[in-house]
Design a protein around this ligand. Structure first.
Ligand code: SER
Length: 362
């Protein structure tokens, strides 16, 4: 059953501020608290993740907003099927050469290792064991379990060049594109796990990352859909991409943050000083500030927002339905921030003049 994306605002789940994965809105289907409409479900879920916010723009792969493709089994197919289908999808449907793919398994999951090497036939030199931090999926409380990730080798030119560079390295060479979670526990968020009654599957594949692989482009900011938005940023700032690394960071950051902000407002989140409202405020302010760094004068976020809506409204009709509202909220917040910045800069300028008159330099 193909379901539409759920809202970014979690429902009856205090352990999460924002929906950060395809499985998050379906936790109760996994635990059996609510009966799912079908045992096999698939979605393309809008997601926001902000723990890596400081890295957005700096790397090719970080973004706060992304769409996660997922297929889910609630007590239906499990490890053997999910593993085989993942491999079939990459090697037969997308026709990615096997030598470009690497697989990680949770260090204690011998069963998954055996399935990959003995049933699927993945060469052991393309298998890695990773610890709980990388290969055990849990976020907040609720359904969780060991996972197995598929990485794409983007080649040496994206690598850090260190001799120890391999899957799991922090550089841009090995990019995780699919995560298969074997959701078999219910965690309380404090490290205690109970076996779930049914064994489940939760898979997650970043649409933008996958697109960057199949379109063979440098980063998520170069895939066709996001490229249109990035170009709009360049047009408004009258700058060219790939001419100045500092400017590129700002261009990528604005491109990412405006997508998050647009989708958050469309789901009814308002800028404020706490909780998810503060996440939104921070994203808008960062985007506005980087616009100034690029030399954009005056308000510009609403213009970009229109490009986001244009590009995504087919998949998310709520963007078009709430367009006027989204533009209004964004513009008001940007105006407020601009006023604060202008006042602050005026105060700073006065202080500098004062100091200069006194001959002070510190
Ligand atoms: N929950 C897992 C993830 O987000 C798989 O969907 O990576």
């Amino acid at each position: 059953l193909r379901l539409p994306s759920f809202s970014l605002v979690p429902k009856d789940d205090n352990s999460l501020l924002l929906i950060n994965s395809g499985m998050a809105p379906m936790k109760k289907y996994f635990t059996g608290e609510i009966t799912p409409p079908k045992k096999r479900v698939t979605t393309c879920q809008k997601c926001i993740r902000t723990p890596d916010i400081e890295r957005v723009g700096i790397t090719a792969r970080h973004g706060t907003f992304f769409e996660m493709l997922g297929n889910f089994s609630f007590g239906d197919y499990f490890k053997h099927e999910a593993t085989a289908w993942a491999w079939e999808f990459f090697t037969k449907v997308l026709e990615i050469p096997e030598e470009k793919l690497y697989v990680s398994v949770y260090e204690k999951d011998d069963e998954a290792y055996k399935i990959w090497t003995e049933e699927i036939g993945v060469d052991p030199s393309h298998m890695v064991h990773l610890g709980k931090e990388d290969n055990f999926w849990e976020h907040g409380s609720g359904p969780c379990g060991p996972c197995s990730e598929i990485y794409y080798d983007r080649g040496e030119k994206y690598g850090c060049g260190k001799p120890e560079c391999e899957v799991g390295c922090d550089c841009d060479r090995y990019m995780e594109i699919w995560n298969n979670v074997f959701t078999q526990f219910d965690g309380d968020g404090k490290g205690n796990y109970e076996e779930l009654e049914t064994k489940n599957i939760d898979t997650g594949m970043g649409l933008e990352r996958l697109a960057s692989v199949v379109q063979d482009v440098d980063s998520i900011f170069d895939v066709d859909t996001i490229f249109a938005l990035r170009s709009k940023v360049c047009e408004l700032a009258n700058v060219e991409y790939k001419k100045d690394e500092n400017k590129d960071i700002s261009i990528r950051l604005i491109t990412d943050h405006i997508r998050s902000a647009t989708f958050m407002i469309s789901d009814g989140i308002m800028p404020s000083n706490e909780g998810r409202g503060y996440v939104l405020r921070r994203l808008i302010r960062r985007a506005a500030r980087h616009g100034r760094l690029l030399g954009i004068e005056g308000k510009f976020l609403a213009k970009l927002c229109e490009t986001v809506i244009e590009g995504s409204k087919d998949g998310y009709p709520e963007l078009e339905e709430k367009k006027d509202f989204i533009l209004k909220v964004l513009t008001q917040e940007e105006e407020k921030f601009n006023k604060t910045i202008d006042q602050g800069l005026a105060i700073l300028e006065d202080m500098e003049k004062d100091m200069q008159a006194k001959g002070e330099t510190v």
